[in-house]
Ligand binder design. Structure first.
Ligand SMILES: [Zn+2]
Length: 173
C-alpha cells in the first residue's frame, strides 16, 4: 500500500481551522479583488501567492505542470475573465523546471512501461507540453493566451521566469 500524508493533512487542517480568520468583507467575494489571474507551474518550490504578495481573495491562481497555456488553462482564463471580471494575466514559469528534463516520448514510454498498454495508448494522444527554453516557453504561452478565441485579446498578459534560487521574478519581454 502506498504511504499517505492524509492524517498529517487532516491535523494541519484542524490547526488551520483553529486559526481561521478570513471572514472579512471582500476577501470572501467570488470575484478576485485584484482582478488578476496568475498561471503558474505546479512546482512545489514556487508559491505564487507569496512570490507576488497576494492575499486571500486577491487573484485566481491556475497551476499545472509548467504553467502552460493548455486547453484547460484557457478554459479557466475564459471563466475568470467573462464571469469573474479579471482583466490581467500573469504567466510564471521558473528555473530548474521539471518540464525541461523530458520529452513527450519519455513520459509516454514511462506510462506504457509502468501502467500498461492501454495507458500507453492513451498517453500517445496527449501533448504533455515539456519545453527546452524557458523564455521561449513563456513567450509561446503568452502568444497562445493572446490569440485564444475564448480569451479577451485586449487584456494584458505579462510573462516572468521565477528564479528558484533567489525568489526573483525576471520579466520576459
Ligand atoms: Zn515547473
Amino acid at each position: 500500500m502506498a504511504t499517505s500524508n492524509i492524517e498529517d493533512f487532516e491535523k494541519g487542517n484542524a490547526a488551520f481551522v483553529e486559526a481561521f480568520d478570513q471572514d472579512t468583507t471582500g476577501a470572501l467575494a467570488i470575484p478576485p479583488q485584484r482582478k488578476a489571474l496568475v498561471l503558474a507551474c505546479m512546482d512545489a518550490r514556487l508559491h505564487p501567492e507569496k512570490v507576488l504578495g497576494l492575499e486571500i481573495g486577491d487573484a485566481h491562481v491556475v497551476r499545472n505542470a509548467g504553467g502552460r497555456a493548455s486547453a484547460d488553462a484557457l478554459r479557466s482564463i475564459a471563466i475568470s475573465q467573462r464571469l469573474l471580471g479579471t482583466q490581467e494575466v500573469v504567466v510564471i514559469h521558473h528555473t530548474d523546471c521539471g518540464m525541461l528534463t523530458f520529452k513527450d516520448d519519455d513520459i509516454r514510454s514511462k506510462i506504457r512501461d509502468e501502467l500498461g498498454d492501454s495507458a500507453g495508448d492513451a498517453a500517445d494522444g496527449i501533448a504533455f507540453l515539456p519545453f527546452s527554453d524557458l523564455e521561449a516557453s513563456v513567450k509561446a504561452d503568452i502568444r497562445i493566451i493572446k490569440e485564444a478565441a475564448i480569451v479577451d485579446g485586449d487584456v494584458p498578459v505579462h510573462g516572468f521566469v521565477y528564479d528558484v534560487t533567489t525568489g526573483r521574478l525576471n520579466p520576459v519581454n
